[in-house]
Every structure is written in structure tokens, then in C-alpha cells.
Design a protein around this ligand. Structure first.
Ligand code: ASP
Length: 325
């Protein structure tokens, strides 16, 4: 259905997608434009393309995931690729050793793209240095989650027609969130005004260096915003206690009708999932079909992952040329 469009190497001249940091506005627009072309295809009865025919994609997840793994699996299959899922528990193993061993074992099976999620920041880059295939970062510790930021950007761009000139408030556990980091890099690169809103314990020191404005009061942080991104408390990454109680956290930082009223009257609500209702967001606003983009984000996720897999596959050297003079 989809003919190969080998402009990837020119417009996105990289072997991997390890993070958003360092990408140019043109490279980001290119990935978003390519994603856009898959939104319609995914709504048809026949969703199948063939640009990944013959390609093997391995989802290698050292950390739990439901939506990201499923999304990459669907994306690979919808483009005709073969997709294998591997979940690896890190609980009782020496992580560094196992990571490299696993990478080398998989490498020997000639995959074309590895999608890797790991609880340690930097682990995916380390793995990418050891393998011959392309690597997509599916989330590494509190570092980056590039496809989440791309799908968020696609969702915003489709709804608002642009990214520049908008004001986006990212609220909640900024300190431990890879979603926050990737979104900050992407949005500031695209000319969006970014605010972060959190209790002081969940705001990284000197966060303003990333070109964002920091707030510790929700109503002040949300005033005049176009988009509100809520984040889950990343308790699995917390060492110690960062909030006095869930009840108090929801009272001051949970998004409800009352706090939402501080934003623009047509402000839209986003959340990367999984959502903790009653902790960072109230059901009434999460389920408001006029304001919440949460389901649309999931839909855009598949289109974005199709685009990323396809572009990286286009950039791979042709194996039949490997031994050519
Ligand atoms: N699913 C996102 C992530 O993997 C957000 C979250 O888990 O809170 O980072």
C-alpha cells in the first residue's frame, strides 16, 4: 500500500532515535509529517502497508509497559514487519552485564530495529553502541522517551495547527519524568513557551536552564495556557518521600475543574498514561471529551511509531551491499 519514501537519510540523517535533544526543527517536522501520513491509513478497514516487509523488529523491554509496547508492535505489523516482544526482568541480575549480553545475543539474530526500554538513564545509548541495527529509545529511566514527545507534538499540531507561539504547562513529577524531559526539548526547539508546574521537591534544580518557566502554584502556572500536560508520580524512581500525602498532592497539584478554570477557556488536557485518577487528575476532566486529548494521544502514538520505524529502516545500509567493494 505504501511505497518506500527513501528521503529519510536526507531529512533525518541518523541511525538511531535515542532522544529528542539535539534534533532540529526541520528533523522534528519531517518525523511529524511522515507520522501524519499514517493517521488516515490507521483509520481505514485495511490498515496494512508493506514498507517494513522482510524487516525484523524486536521490542526489548527491561521495564514494564502496556501501551508503548503494544503501540510499537501494531506499528511494525501495520507496515508488514515481523515483530517479536521480549520482556526481561532486571530484578535479580547485574544490569550492565545482562544488558550487553542480551544486546550481543539479539544482534547475532540480525534484527533491523530494536526498540528498547530500560529503567536506567543512558542504558539504551550504551546498547545502541554495541549492535549493528537501528535502535529506538522506548524510555530510559528519567532521561528521554522520544516517541512520546513526538506523539504529543503531533496531537497538539493537529488540534492547534502549529506548535510555535502556544503556551504548554507540564505539571507534576518533573524531576523523575522522561516524558517531561523529551517534551521540554521538543517544544522549546519548536518555539513553544513551556512552563513546568510542581511542588519544589519535584522540580529539578535550575530547570530554567532548559528554557522553561517554573511555577510551584497550579493556578499561577496554568494561567493563560493553551495545553496542560499532566504527569504521573513516578514512585518507582523515587528514593524517599517527595509528597506529604496523595490527598494533599491532589489538593494542591491535581487537575480538577476548579484549577482548569485558570487556563484559557479552550485549553486542552493531555496525559501520557498510565493515569492515576484522584492523584494527579480528576476523572471529570480526564473524561471530558471536549477538553481531553488523552485517547487521541494513544491513536497518534501508533502513527508516530510507524513513521519512526520506517525512517530508521530506510536509513539502514542494504545488507546485500555490505561486502561490496
Ligand atoms: N508511560 C510514560 C513513561 O513510560 C509515562 C509514565 O509511565 O508515567 O514514561
Amino acid at each position: 500500500m505504501t511505497a518506500p519514501r527513501p528521503d529519510g537519510a536526507r531529512r533525518y540523517p541518523y541511525r538511531h532515535l535515542l532522544g529528542i535533544e539535539g534534533l532540529s526543527p526541520d528533523e522534528i517536522h519531517f518525523l511529524l509529517d511522515r507520522s501524519e501520513s499514517y493517521v488516515e491509513q490507521n483509520r481505514r478497514a485495511d490498515k496494512k502497508g508493506n514498507s517494513l516487509r522482510g524487516r525484523t523488529i524486536i521490542n526489548l523491554f527491561f521495564e514494564n509497559s502496556t501501551r508503548t509496547r503494544t503501540s510499537f508492535e501494531l506499528a511494525g505489523k501495520r507496515l508488514g514487519g515481523d515483530v517479536i516482544n521480549m520482556s526481561v526482568s532486571t530484578s535479580s541480575i547485574k544490569k550492565g552485564e545482562t544488558l550487553i549480553d542480551t544486546a550481543m545475543t539479539l544482534n547475532a539474530m540480525h534484527p533491523d530495529v530494536l526498540v528498547v526500554r530500560h529503567s536506567d538513564s543512558g542504558a539504551v545509548r550504551l546498547l545502541a553502541e554495541k549492535v549493528n541495527c537501528a535502535v529506538i529509545n522506548g524510555g530510559d529511566g528519567s532521561h528521554e522517551h522520544p516517541t512520546q514527545a513526538l506523539l504529543d507534538a503531533l496531537t497538539i499540531r493537529r488540534r492547534r495547527g502549529r506548535l510555535d507561539g502556544l503556551t504548554v504547562a507540564i505539571c507534576g513529577d518533573i524531576a523523575h519524568s522522561r516524558v517531561a524531559r523529551s517534551n521540554i526539548h521538543l517544544l522549546t526547539t519548536m518555539g513553544t513557551r513551556v512552563r513546568v508546574v510542581a511542588p519544589p521537591t519535584l522540580l529539578p534544580a535550575q530547570i530554567e536552564r532548559f528554557g522553561v518557566e517554573a511555577f510551584t502554584d497550579m493556578r499561577r502556572g496554568l494561567a493563560g495556557c493553551d495545553i496542560i500536560m499532566m504527569l504521573r508520580l513516578q514512585t518507582e524512581r523515587m528514593k524517599g518521600s517527595f509528597v506529604p500525602s496523595i490527598r494533599e498532592y491532589f489538593h494542591f497539584f491535581g487537575l480538577d475543574r476548579d484549577k482548569l478554570a485558570a487556563a484559557k477557556p479552550d485549553a486542552l488536557i493531555m496525559h501520557p498514561g498510565p493515569m492515576n485518577r484522584g492523584t494527579e487528575i480528576d476523572s471529570e476532566v480526564a473524561d471530558d471529551i471536549d477538553r481531553s486529548l488523552i485517547q487521541e494521544q494513544v491513536e497518534m502514538g501508533v502513527a508516530v511509531r510507524m513513521a519512526c520505524l520506517e525512517v530508521l529502516a530506510e536509513n539502514l545500509p542494504d545488507p546485500s551491499l555490505r561486502n561490496a567493494p
